[in-house]
Design a protein around this ligand. Structure first.
Ligand code: NAD
Length: 447
């Protein structure tokens, strides 16, 4: 393995690049590469995502992405197509940014990666470099090489570490770049595409690079499970988790990031990637009980939050109206994949609660009866704002940390509720302030 300063060793030449998949990773990646001066063609087969892009709208909620895309479209360094085959014509580099969802057995489903590789394999220009940016298990670079079956084409692993909600900043200024390949020259060329970031470049073999991505996400998930477990302990011993985390965070070995307790970790990456790593470990005969514990602990956190809501409703939510504020897996994104907020809202509905939900990103058509049409939100009642969601409710449950929930008029909320009570699963609100307004308040690990 080598670690280099990418700005010194990288190249700044303009390259031709194809990006396959215009999702939460592919779109920021394509826009960033175009911003750096490369000529990028982005292929997206989903008609609605492609139509949005072509009409200048962003198909995902991501701060600053519209400006970055618009700038590159204007300078003609970025264009869109429905066809991956068309995108790879003349491309020196082809980034695969397609989904790798969880299979039934917990392993990563590589069918999108495999079919994209098959689709473009014969069309790649001689000497092209294919880059696995999708999160893929150990051995995937070799798998893609075999699917393409061309000795002149090299496959490089380049995992992505951006966070939804700050994807543009993370893409322009990554903490580090990881490139894994058996061919050092190919790795250097891929690193060179991102030279303008100036980020440290870790060059290693493909297996190590693939392991780095899963190990990073599993570490973050484990850290959150630990924080949530400590919050549970704080409740039992009467400590305040926020001060406990302050005390931990100032220790440079621990740091402040990922120290906020919540309703459980979720999103499109941590759950599937931790399970995929556990699967990899099991297949390899390695007992990774620490990671299994982190996953179990996360399930317990969901259960704990539901129990808090039941307690706020005197033991049962059956027939009780419950207001849920927030559905996305975190604030500043529209992503609800594997969202703990959706999961908890669904569990409350399954227990017989009438669940009235509001999220700033869930808007559009509100059917007359408030019933949603989205599959993951079935059984929940959509409302147009936090006050409507709270109307007639016995408890407000804050499940996503949208900043706007801090600035709600709580006197008005109290006046429309059946009884003013809050379960704050993000520790977003000031307990003393809402208690002064007559609410009962229960957060996570705090008094
Ligand atoms: P996504 O579902 O938002 O986007 C994938 C896109 O690829 C979709 O729009 C889909 O229509 C398109 N697509 C699939 N096959 C295609 C094909 N053959 N041709 C053209 N388009 C095709 O997924 P995502 O969140 O961007 O994740 C992509 C990968 O990146 C996954 O492996 C994920 O684990 C990884 N990752 C995601 C994040 C994140 O925060 N979302 C962060 C790091 C890594």
């Amino acid at each position: 393995m080598t670690i280099r300063s990418n700005s010194r060793h990288g190249r700044n030449e303009s390259r031709t690049v194809a990006v396959i998949g215009a999702g939460y990773v592919g779109l920021p990646t394509a826009a960033t590469l175009a911003h750096f001066g490369h000529r990028v063609v982005l292929a997206e087969r989903d008609e609605s995502r492609l139509a949005a892009l072509r009409s200048g709208k962003m198909p995902i909620v991501e701060a600053g992405l519209d400006d970055l895309v618009a700038e590159s479209v204007l300078t003609r360094t970025l264009r869109f197509t429905a066809s991956a085959v068309e995108a790879v014509q003349g491309a020196e580099f082809v980034f695969l940014c397609v989904p790798t969802p969880q299979s039934d057995d917990g392993s990563a489903d590589l069918s999108y990666v495999e079919s994209a590789a098959k689709e473009v394999g014969e069309q790649l220009m001689p000497g092209a470099i294919v880059v696995n940016k999708s999160t893929v298990p150990v051995g995937s670079a070799t798998m893609v090489e075999e699917v393409i079956g061309r000795p002149d084409v090299r496959v490089v692993s380049n995992p992505e570490f951006l966070r939804e909600g700050s994807a543009v900043q993370d893409s322009l200024h990554p903490d580090r770049l990881v490139v894994g390949a058996d061919d050092a020259q190919a790795a250097a060329l891929v690193g060179g595409l991102f030279a303008a970031t100036g980020a440290p470049l870790i060059v290693t073999d493909a297996t190590t690079s693939e392991t780095i991505k899963y190990a990073s996400n599993a570490f973050l998930a484990t850290k959150l499970s630990y924080v949530n477990a400590v919050a549970g302990l704080c409740e039992v011993v009467g400590a305040d988790v926020r001060d406990v985390m302050l005390g931990l965070g100032y220790d440079k070995r621990i740091g402040f990031e990922f120290l906020r307790p919540g309703p459980g970790w979720g999103g499109s990456c941590l759950p599937k990637d931790t399970r995929a790593l556990l699967h990899i470990a099991r297949e390899a005969g390695y007992d990774f009980s620490l990671l299994a514990g982190a996953i179990d602990s996360n399930e317990q956190q969901l259960v704990r939050v539901v129990a808090k809501v039941e307690a706020a409703c005197r033991g049962s939510v059956e027939g009780v109206t419950v207001a849920v504020w927030g559905l996305t897996f975190k604030a500043n994104t529209d992503d609800r994949r594997d969202s703990p907020s959706v999961e908890i809202a669904g569990r409350l509905a399954a227990l017989g609660a009438v669940v009235q939900v509001f999220d700033p990103t869930v808007s559009g058509e509100f059917p007359a009866d408030g019933e949603t049409v989205a599959d993951d939100l079935r059984g929940l009642q959509l409302r147009a704002d936090p006050y409507e969601a709270a109307t007639g409710a016995s408890v407000v449950v804050v499940l996503t940390e949208w900043d706007e929930f801090r600035w709600v008029d709580f006197t008005r909320v109290a006046s429309v509720m059946a009884s003013p009570s809050i379960v704050d699963a993000r520790n977003l609100l000031d307990p003393a302030a809402v208690r002064r307004m007559g609410f009962t308040y229960d957060g996570i690990g705090r008094r």
